[in-house]
Design a protein around this ligand. Structure first.
Ligand code: GLN
Length: 230
């Protein structure tokens, strides 16, 4: 995924984060402002949200900008915890719904912004797709999302060219890593946003430093430096 976004806070409409902001994910699907790799995010989109404790997903392999059904329904989709993404497929990866984030193990919703050589990932039959991000998601779920920081540092050492910005939510927390791609944080009165790039020009957006793990819970935000080779 080339641009992702997470929300933890009060219950809000999915459209208010994804469609309405001037530079939200819909705009980022055709005109991202700060993307280093790729020009467009037209290879699909996915919105995951918690309905109580149940993760639910709506994904597509088509561009988000043209999806009038989603535009109609998104204002009625409300949640306190949301993980959404628009995709720019890595060369050689399939363009299909099952390759589109967020991925889930039934407890977590997870998105990957970046690239990894699949040869450093253990073979698994649990991945939804052969896409690198889907295989990576299966590994993170198998190892435990709570050890996300360790897994990312290990994989970063195994594949020095990997970019491993991962964003995951389980309804009560968000976890995110920065490893080669940008991530921004916005503290709002009603919750916290993590996003690959700011969806508006609010001066409150904070740039998360590279090679960090961010944890957002109702009690606050922590940032920890990840170990690994430079
Ligand atoms: N490698 C992933 C894919 O092909 C993610 C790509 C990205 O972040 N642009 O979907």
């Amino acid at each position: 995924m080339c641009r992702h976004l997470g929300w933890l806070g009060r219950e809000i409409a999915v459209s208010s984060l994804v469609l309405d902001p001037p530079h939200g994910l819909r705009t980022q699907s055709y005109a991202p402002r700060r993307q280093k790799h790729g020009l467009l995010n037209a290879d699909g989109w996915g919105v995951g949200f918690f309905d109580g404790t149940t993760p639910r997903r709506w994904r597509s392999a088509m561009p988000l900008w043209g999806d009038v059904s989603f535009e109609s329904v998104a204002p009625a989709l409300r949640s306190h915890c949301i993980v959404a993404a628009v995709r720019s497929a890595t060369v050689g990866m399939p363009i299909e719904v099952s390759a589109t984030a967020p991925f889930t193990d039934g407890r977590w919703l997870l998105s990957h912004n970046g690239i990894i050589d699949r040869r450093v990932l253990p073979a698994t039959s649990n991945a939804e797709s052969v896409c690198d991000s889907a295989v990576l998601a299966a590994l993170v779920f198998a190892r435990g999302v709570d050890s996300l920081g360790e897994v990312v540092a290990e994989l970063g050492a195994a594949d020095p060219r990997a970019r491993l910005n991962i964003l995951a939510g389980n309804g009560s927390q968000l976890l995110a890593t920065t490893w080669g791609e940008a991530l921004w944080l916005l503290r709002r009165d009603d919750g916290v946003v993590l996003a690959s790039e700011p969806y508006d020009d609010d001066p409150g957006w904070e740039d998360v430093p590279d090679r960090h793990l961010v944890q957002v819970t109702p009690d606050g935000i922590t940032m920890t430096a990840l170990k690994g080779p430079r």
